[in-house]
Design a protein around this ligand. Structure first.
Ligand SMILES: NC(=O)C1=CN([C@@H]2O[C@H](COP(=O)(O)OP(=O)(O)OC[C@H]3O[C@@H](n4cnc5c(N)ncnc54)[C@H](OP(=O)(O)O)[C@@H]3O)[C@@H](O)[C@H]2O)C=CC1
Ligand SMILES: CC(=O)N[C@@H](CCC(=O)OP(=O)(O)O)C(=O)O
Length: 337
């Protein structure tokens, strides 16, 4: 099988470093560059200077970005954008024009709705054509479209866990959606990225909800589920992982067996979703892994579904590599575990 030349933009960040680790051990990928911003203080350092866990594994240098994207893209087959939304918004079309396949981990190409970017991201989207063509990389559900896409918008961390939990129930028509599913999710601090900020500093972090009724992942989840939800994210005082506890109402008479069947049907042959039945998933079981674990319990018509994943992996880097594997016909889990 052929070898792809791969470039990671934003390689020093939390998701960028995870991508680098996956691609380094991928037999069909050759990393051609680990890029940071033109003005980065980390340019010239080795990735392993910043992430010592990679010492002796990836000692490649971090290189500053250049404005000449066409030159940077020369000979590159796949580009991973592990960059802020605005940066991805600007860079993706340039790499796409150079013929690269682009896997964007940001939110810049996830939701094709007018006003969405102005309202939730604070910028007017300038690339409606690519927004139209982008395929949403919820890998277990969009594999057919991913196979032919040039731009894959990898879903957000909370939306991945939430949709993997809810989609089988909605597709099987088991939910009474007059009661909006209520998603309460807790994320580790790495969800906010590596840069220093007061809200993520050690002494400030305390279990607390944020973005109540205003978080951009609510419309992302609703748009792709085709159903309204209430979504409340929480910041937890641990480094990585997301646990989403989702309360919903079943249609009258739906049994636990039918719920279990819906999950089993949806994820048969999908090794990155692990079904726990009535056992409850935990962050401990998924941190550092590419899996999303799902369990559930019900009482009468009330259903609680719990999904856990590593926000940096199934919620970002692992799903991006899973999408690349699907796109290029490699084994879906190649290099992921
Ligand atoms: N963290 C998470 O759990 C998840 C994150 N995401 C999304 O993935 C993307 C990356 O997130 P994360 O890894 O957490 O972010 P980080 O803040 O940890 O890393 C951002 C990276 O981008 C680099 N960078 C900044 N500006 C530029 C630029 N103009 N050109 C090239 N590189 C640049 C930074 O290096 P430097 O500043 O030194 O240049 C750094 O390497 C974001 O869009 C985020 O929303 C998605 C799902 C989950
Ligand atoms: C804890 C924390 O701050 N998490 C981030 C979500 C990270 C993520 O999924 O990234 P996208 O923005 O690419 O969707 C937040 O709530 O903004």
């Amino acid at each position: 099988m052929s070898t792809l030349n791969g470039l990671i933009i934003g390689a020093s960040g939390y998701t960028g470093a995870e991508l680098a680790a996956y691609l380094q051990r991928h037999p069909n990928v050759n990393i051609t560059g680990l890029m940071v911003s033109a003005q980065s203080h980390d340019a010239g350092k080795r990735l392993s200077d910043l992430h010592p866990v990679l010492k002796g594994i990836i000692d490649l240098p971090l290189q500053p970005m250049t404005d000449d994207i066409a030159a940077l893209a020369q000979g590159v087959d796949v580009v991973f954008l592990a960059t802020a939304h605005e940066v991805s918004h600007d860079l993706a079309p340039q790499f796409l024009a150079a013929g690269c396949a682009v896997f964007d981990l940001s939110g810049a190409y996830r939701v094709n709705q007018s006003d969405f970017y102005q309202k939730y991201y604070g910028f007017a989207h300038q690339h409606a054509d690519w927004l139209d063509k982008a395929v949403y990389g919820l890998a277990e559900w969009r594999a057919e479209d991913i196979r032919t896409a040039q731009l894959i918008a990898v879903p957000g961390c909370y939306p991945t866990a939430s949709q993997l939990a809810l989609k089988p129930l909605i597709e099987s028509d088991l939910l009474d959606l007059n009661q909006w599913p209520v998603i309460n999710a807790v994320s580790g601090v790495s969800g906010a990225g590596r840069k220093a900020s007061m809200t993520t500093s050690f002494c400030e972090v305390s279990l607390q909800p944020y973005g109540v009724f205003t978080h951009r992942h609510q419309p992302e989840i609703s748009a792709h589920l085709g159903a309204q939800v209430i979504f409340t994210p929480h910041l937890g005082n641990f480094p990585r992982g997301i646990l989403a506890t989702i309360t919903c109402r079943l249609k009258t008479g739906v049994t636990a067996e039918r719920v279990a069947e819906a999950f089993a049907r949806a994820y048969d042959g999908k090794p990155l979703v692990r079904l726990f039945g009535r056992e409850m998933p935990s962050i401990r079981a998924v941190a550092g892994t590419p899996f999303c674990d799902i369990g559930f319990a019900l009482q009468d018509d009330h259903l609680i579904v719990v999904a856990a994943e590593d926000n940096l992996l199934k919620g970002a880097a692992a799903q991006a590599v899973q999408c690349m594997n699907i796109r290029f016909g490699f084994d879906e889990t190649q290099s992921l575990f």
